[in-house]
Design a protein around this ligand. Structure first.
Ligand code: F6P
Length: 319
């Protein structure tokens, strides 16, 4: 292994820069040439690549977004697109590729490895929807962003005696809603993994009002449905004025937490070590305090393990 490439793909997440930095600096430390590929698989197909040096990744560990930029490439989903990508890698002499992204990006990396290039995945997504790893890069920052928003919305919720539905990201995964809801003391948490009854949410709301509670925060994962409809139903059923906040892409930006920077640094270094050891088709992750790596097939086959215990706890603590 002499030359490795690194790219970020799919939705960006805070901490991706720390991972890029770790890949570049560990690679150089191990005597490798490191190529930065801009705009994910789109950039790979179009040869948007530059050699990186130690200074290329200076002053980025604390920055949100990704200095390499990212994209969701339709062309890469085609055989022709992947053939072009493989050709570009050959031209630049890249023997190993580190892909930082979510499950779709890993699926692309696996396909690329079938053409002969060694690939390693690092989980970068705010959704935390990859079950082989406890955490994905960016999740902790996104949760903290939501917790911060809950505090602010609660202030105005209390002043007006309103209920507030806060819709958060996560695609089909309820982890952002669950962990931000638990940390932020939300009255109700609605996630795709647990069937919910609007009547129970309303009952809880009214019970809270009856004992003098002035605010009510309902945290809704986007995978369940739109916040507007749920807020309308709550208002109609309870008579309590209900507002909606869709936090949207604010959850994808901002300076990464120390936790995200640390796991990104550790996983970036492990990815390079794996390539140097001649490994391919592996995804890096964290389990407890340990950095782990598993076969890509394990990533795709691991069943969804929703943290029902924490969900139940959040319900108990918000009675
Ligand atoms: O996967 C990350 C994510 O932010 C999801 O939570 C969200 O559903 C989606 O990306 C939004 O994608 P886009 O930025 O392309 O609108």
């Amino acid at each position: 292994m002499q030359t490795i490439g690194v790219l970020t793909s799919g939705g960006d997440s805070p901490g991706m820069n720390a991972a890029v930095r770790a890949v570049v600096r560990t690679g150089i430390y191990k005597g490798l040439k490191v190529i930065g590929i801009r705009q994910g698989y789109h950039g790979l197909i179009n040869g948007l690549m530059d050699e990186m040096n130690l200074s290329s990744v200076a002053d980025i560990i604390h920055r949100g977004g990704t200095m390499l930029q990212t994209a969701r490439s339709e062309e890469f989903r085609t055989e022709e697109g992947r053939r072009k990508a493989n050709y570009a890698l050959k031209i630049f002499g890249v023997d190993g590729l580190v892909v930082i992204g979510g499950d779709g990006s890993f699926a692309g990396a696996k396909k690329l490895s079938e053409l002969g290039i060694k690939t390693i995945g690092i989980p970068g997504t705010i959704d935390n929807d990859l079950r082989y790893t406890d955490y994905t890069i960016g999740f902790d920052t996104a949760v903290n962003t939501v917790v911060d928003a809950i505090g602010k919305i609660r202030d105005t919720s209390t002043s007006h005696g309103r209920a507030n539905v806060i819709e958060v990201m996560g695609r089909h995964c309820g982890d952002i809603a669950l962990y931000a809801g638990l940390a932020g003391g939300a009255e109700s948490i609605i996630v795709p993994e647990v069937p919910f009854e609007i009547d129970r949410v309303c009952k809880k709301l009214i019970k809270g009002r009856n004992r003098g509670k002035l605010h009510s925060i309902i945290l809704l994962a986007e995978g369940v449905g739109g916040g507007m409809d749920i807020a309308k139903e709550i208002e109609e059923k309870t008579g309590i004025e209900t507002r909606v906040t869709i936090l949207g892409h604010i959850q994808r930006g901002g300076t990464p937490t120390a936790f995200d920077r640390n796991i990104a640094s550790k996983m970036g270094a492990r990815a390079v070590e794996l390539l140097v050891a001649g490994k391919s088709c592996r995804a890096v992750g964290v389990k407890g305090l340990d950095v782990i790596d598993v076969d890509f097939d394990e990533v795709f086959n691991t069943e969804n393990k929703f943290d029902k215990k924490s969900y139940d706890l959040a319900n108990i603590l918000s009675i």
